[in-house]
Design a protein around this ligand. Structure first.
Ligand SMILES: Cc1ncc(COP(=O)(O)O)c(C=O)c1O
Length: 392
């Protein structure tokens, strides 16, 4: 393993790109930051009220058990579409989903192993691979098919071009495309990967915004037998600052993961864990309200962007919209900067999510409320009508 990570892993791309866009002034005088996925709503008031009591009564001062509070693990499992209360004994609470993924990769793979990421990918997972001495192989998703996952195509790729693959990382609902994979496709994939000892790690960070996508009872029998879950409380309860997520493994893998957890963080943030407990206990209806609101936003976006003639909405979902820009000679970064200057909409260049993504821009639409989104999309449609230099 090359230990000097700084030499071969790119800088954190969001602050890097925002720095580069800093001296560009939108012509409209107004900007919409759709770069990083941050909920448009603050941590729910009920969580804060309960946390205030926890703080004053000294309930969050000390370490918790290494895997996290049993109460949290049990509550999480009880409310999860695939898990049961008894799965608490193989559920690890982590400092967010990124930490859960690093732990999963360390637990399930050996240095030198190959991991497949569908492209466009979530950049932090591509960055994780060389840090752990892992190799990446990339499977191009098809923009014409809305960046959907097709198990048959993926298996054909594994059989012909990526035979050395030991694990796949899938994200559904997806970042960056917003696409929600069909649970039947995931199941079909598992029927091929699991008997071959290939791990499928599913990142379900945006699960609560589309819980039906894992509602396939047949998936349960693969848990810990080729299917690993990585999740987060960051987005649903708006707890990005509290750093709390989870990882569901087999009981044997869980025992291994405790060693990593103890070495890396000892335990996840105690106050973060209490925040997640209060969220699960008191905020189901708030999450549902936000999920419905965001589904409506996505609908509103789709309707409004049907008017586009040059830009094209490729896919959209729980949190994100993926746009194809019309400038055939422009790289993704220049296109994203141009869009920002002309409309005030700051999205991330597609190349943040893979070298092949020059034609795309990702918009984190759920950063906005309804009125802001309408205003931003009006700007986009207006610009689309006067765009020059577009491919035909
Ligand atoms: C797909 C995906 N996984 C993981 C994360 C990180 O989440 P957390 O805040 O739980 O570390 C994000 C955050 O944007 C994400 O989009």
């Amino acid at each position: 393993v090359n230990r000097s990570v700084a030499n071969f892993v790119t800088a954190p791309p969001i602050p890097d790109f925002k720095n580069r866009s800093r001296n560009v002034q939108p012509l409209t005088g107004k900007s919409f930051d759709l770069t990083q996925a941050v909920p448009s709503y603050a941590t729910f008031a009920k969580i804060k009220a309960e946390l205030a009591k926890d703080l004053l009564e000294g309930r969050v001062d000390f370490y918790t058990e290494v895997p996290g509070l049993l109460e949290l693990r049990e509550k999480l499992c009880e409310k999860h579409p695939l898990l049961q209360k008894s799965d608490a004994n193989r559920t690890l609470i982590t400092a967010g989903a990124n930490h859960a993924m690093m732990t999963a990769l360390m637990c399930l793979l050996n240095a030198g192993d190959t991991v497949l990421l569908p492209e466009p990918f979530y950049f932090n997972y591509e960055m994780a691979l060389p840090m752990l001495g892992l190799k990446g192989v990339f499977f191009q998703l098809d923009a014409h098919k809305g960046m959907q996952l097709n198990a048959r195509d993926l298996v054909a790729f594994l059989e012909t071009s990526a035979r050395e693959t030991k694990a796949l990382v899938l994200i559904t609902p997806n970042n960056p495309s917003g696409a929600c994979y069909s649970p039947q496709e995931i199941h079909e994939l598992l029927t091929w990967t699991s008997p071959r000892g290939i791990e499928v790690i599913v990142d379900e960070t945006y699960l609560r915004f589309d819980p039906n996508h894992l509602a396939e009872p047949k998936l349960r029998s693969y848990l810990g037998k080729g299917l690993t879950l990585v999740g987060s409380f960051s987005k649903s309860f708006s707890l990005t600052g509290y750093r709390v997520g989870y990882l569901v493994l087999s009981p044997e893998q869980f025992t291994q993961a405790l060693k990593i957890q103890d070495t890396m963080v000892i335990c996840p943030s105690h106050i973060g864990q209490r925040a997640a407990i209060h969220g699960l206990e008191h905020c189901e209806s708030d999450v549902q309200f936000q999920a419905n609101r965001m589904a409506k936003l996505a609908q509103q976006l789709q309707t409004r962007l049907a008017a586009l003639k040059h830009f094209q909405l490729v896919s959209q979902g729980a949190f994100f919209a993926y746009l194809k820009h019309p400038f055939s000679t422009m790289d993704a970064e220049t296109a994203a900067i141009t869009l920002y200057r002309e409309t005030g909409i700051l999205g991330l260049p597609g190349t943040t999510f893979g070298k092949s993504q020059q034609s795309f821009i990702r918009l984190s639409i759920s950063n906005l409320d309804e009125n802001q989104l309408k205003e931003a999309m009006d700007q986009l449609v207006d610009y689309d009508q006067r765009v020059k230099g577009a491919r035909s």
